[in-house]
Write a protein of this length. Structure first.
Length: 344
């Protein structure tokens, strides 16, 4: 479903949402002001419409989104909605009373009946808006679910196209590791071990929707250690990896962070100049915070608009919607990525 089609459906839904309720408003005010007609009836009708517009869109854009984002509980949401309905009914009775007194210099009759009728009309509008929000959220989740399925199928297809019998490569690495140890080549053996760990992770976790962050961190450490083999001790390259907080019970989708680290090594390292990469994971107040900072040597090579980052932006949007924040910027020859994911 295209964005334009969804917009059309949204507009038509709002028109239908207001057709019957507006008719009920008119009937209600005709009943309330049976002795009025013409210009004297216009103002009460307009006030009724404004009050119920306020109820509907307050729920749609403030109360229901707050409930959906778990900022308020269901009980508190219900109480706020009931309070709004009651206050608006009371306000309508007060305005009607002032209207009748202003134009006819007499007190409004049957204010209790008007209040009850106002509650009924307001409740109808509120229920309509709640039902609308629930259906809209259900459709939105179905669209996201379908996109995730399509993305998973696409990733699996790309994986199948790119692999050259990874099990064979994994077994070959184990054989090379044995040969390296036999020849006392410890550095090569260490490199093969890191590469073997990476391949084992990719083989085991490629089909998992969620994995332990500990496993992802182990995979990233192996990748970083493997990259470090490119540099000698005389190269002016600083690479730091830091973890703050308890990551043992946290689950995330696999392969979320590797793109940022790959780009840091690809664009941020120049063995002829001072280079650095600082990577930090932190679990604070129910949030997973990831930061990576690296040096920039060629501003024309910045990866901000690359395919990898575009894909990860889209994936984060599908997986976490509004429960994440990704900021990417470059200042004073430093490339910086901040990713915050809500774990609640």
């Amino acid at each position: 479903m295209s964005k334009r089609t969804r917009t059309y459906i949204e507009v038509i839904s709002h028109i239908l949402l207001w057709t019957l309720p507006t008719y009920l408003i008119i009937r209600y005010d005709l009943f309330s002001f049976q002795d009025l007609s013409g210009k004297y009836l216009t103002l009460p009708l307009i006030i009724s419409v404004i009050i119920n517009i306020f109820i509907v869109y307050l729920n749609m854009f403030v109360l229901f989104p707050a409930l959906n984002k778990k900022k308020i509980t269901t009980l508190f949401y219900s109480l706020l909605l009931i309070l709004t309905i009651t206050l608006m009914a009371f306000l309508k009775v007060k305005i009607d009373s002032q209207f009748i007194w202003y134009y006819f210099s007499k007190k409004a009759s049957d204010t209790h009946g008007r209040f009850v009728m106002g509650l009924i009309v307001n409740l109808f509008f509120a229920v309509q808006s709640v039902f609308y929000c629930i259906v809209k959220e259900w459709i939105k989740n179905k669209i996201i679910e379908r996109k995730l399925v399509e993305e998973k199928l696409s990733l699996e297809l790309k994986y199948l196209k790119s692999q050259i019998n990874p099990h064979f490569l994994y077994n070959t690495l184990n054989n090379l590791y044995s040969v390296a140890l036999k020849n006392n080549d410890n550095e090569t053996a260490a490199g093969i071990t890191k590469l073997s760990n990476i391949m084992r992770f990719m083989l085991n976790e490629v089909d998992e929707k969620m994995i332990l962050l500990e496993k992802e961190v182990g995979y990233l450490r192996s990748y970083i250690e493997l990259q470090k083999l490119r540099f000698s001790e005389k190269d002016d390259v600083d690479i730091n990896f830091e973890i703050e907080g308890d990551v043992s019970d946290i689950r995330i989708p696999p392969f979320i962070f590797i793109v940022f680290i790959e780009n840091a090594f690809k664009y941020g390292i120049n063995i002829r100049k001072h280079s650095f990469i600082n990577i930090k994971f932190a679990v604070v107040n129910g949030e997973l915070k990831f930061n990576i900072r690296n040096s920039i040597h060629h501003k024309n090579d910045l990866p901000d608009s690359g395919i990898g980052l575009s894909n990860i932006r889209e994936r984060l949007k599908l997986l976490y919607q509004d429960k994440h924040n990704l900021e990417i910027n470059s200042i004073d020859d430093i490339f910086n990525v901040d990713l915050v994911i809500s774990l609640t």
